[in-house]
Design a protein around this ligand. Structure first.
Ligand SMILES: Cc1cc2nc3c(=O)[nH]c(=O)nc-3n(C[C@H](O)[C@H](O)[C@H](O)COP(=O)(O)OP(=O)(O)OC[C@H]3O[C@@H](n4cnc5c(N)ncnc54)[C@H](O)[C@@H]3O)c2cc1C
Length: 310
């Protein structure tokens, strides 16, 4: 991997736009799985205007790029990637309250959005408290927990197209279904999310958030790096129950292991390689299909130059 003239020019522009930039960034530092190779440039996007300028430049130079949020649902290959990473979380994270509406920049963490809502006595997203992602990533994934999905409270979503056009979609136009949205398919970058909540009582909202946190701490292996649930819920069953039923808790390949605490999580016990996680996922999928007839599908977004087939 080399620092080409084009990448240097884009990095210079990012610096002029006051976006923090990192050369030769290790993706393992930007993902909750702590796995991933090096990219020549990572830019922390700080506003729609900066994003618009940088996309224009990226288009002119024809450099491949990828958007990430908080990296909590990503499994990157640990080879080096010739990609520019546009990181939305951190510096592009404003949240404004307008009556029952919350206007969020994509990099706002779900946890912060929930806290702001609770402080303003706004209810509707309590079950999502504790999901360690950005609100942009949550909309992309249609993240959900305990019977609630971000789509249930989404009013509209604004994006920027690869050609630099801003578009606003109503919730219906976002084509949300279980862990699916339009944005998984159209290469647009989410720049603004408007959530619609309902008035409630702040103390009740806060105590519900605390109880969801306690449930997460009790059930999930939060002490280990992971990308959350490794498999989507198949129709009519729970992935974790199927994996448990097949006796796969504790099954390991290299540094990747099926959590003993929650069979739905593959954890990184230390030095898991991308190939360890993929091999373990394949094993789990194969055994579960053989023993139960259910074919599990991965939930995290897998990024590799090689086609990974399950
Ligand atoms: C311990 C743990 C618990 C979890 N619990 C849950 C849970 O209960 N429910 C659940 O649904 N998920 C859960 N997750 C998974 C994850 O937190 C969610 O999917 C989260 O919404 C991902 O957000 P992110 O910002 O981290 O996205 P990333 O992982 O950074 O990105 C995910 C995808 O979204 C895209 N993306 C991100 N931001 C944008 C944007 N602004 N515009 C366009 N595309 C974008 C990326 O390109 C990528 O393809 C958990 C993960 C962990 C580690």
């Amino acid at each position: 991997m080399e620092m080409t003239e084009a990448i240097s020019a884009i990095a210079d522009a990012a610096v002029r736009l006051s976006c923090k930039t990192l050369y030769f960034a290790k993706l393992s530092d930007f993902t909750t799985f702590k796995i991933g190779g090096i990219v020549p440039l990572l830019i922390n996007i700080n506003s729609v205007d900066s994003l618009t300028c940088l996309l224009k430049l990226i288009r002119i130079y024809g450099i491949p790029y990828m958007v990430i949020g908080n990296g909590s649902n990503l499994l990157f290959d640990d080879i080096n990637h010739d990609l520019i990473i546009l990181r939305m979380s951190g510096d592009f994270a404003g949240i404004k309250v307008n009556g029952e509406f919350l206007d969020c920049a994509p990099g706002a963490m779900l946890t912060s959005v929930c806290r702001v809502a609770a402080n303003r006595s706004l209810s509707g997203i309590e079950p999502l408290f504790g999901i360690p992602g950005s609100v942009g990533g949550a909309v992309f994934m249609n993240a959900g927990a305990y019977g609630r999905e971000i789509s249930d409270v989404t009013d509209s979503v604004t994006t920027i197209t690869p050609d630099g056009l801003l578009k606003t979609y109503s919730a219906a136009e976002c084509l949300f279904t279980y862990r699916e949205s339009l944005f998984k398919h159209n290469r647009e970058i989410i720049t603004h999310i408007r959530l619609k909540l309902t008035h409630g009582q702040s103390d009740i909202i806060k105590s519900q958030m605390e109880s969801y946190t306690a449930r997460r701490k009790e059930k999930q292996p939060l002490e280990f790096p992971s990308a959350g649930s490794t498999f989507k819920r198949p129709k009519g069953a729970y992935a974790s129950a199927l994996i448990d039923e097949c006796g796969l808790k504790g099954l390991a390949v290299g540094g990747a292991k099926v959590s003993e605490k929650h069979a739905g999580f593959i954890i990184n016990t230390g030095n898991a390689a991308f190939s360890d996680v993929v091999a373990l996922m394949k094993k789990v999928i194969g055994i579960v299909e053989l023993q139960t007839g259910y074919k599990l599908e991965p939930e995290p977004i897998i990024v590799s130059d090689n086609i990974v087939k399950f």
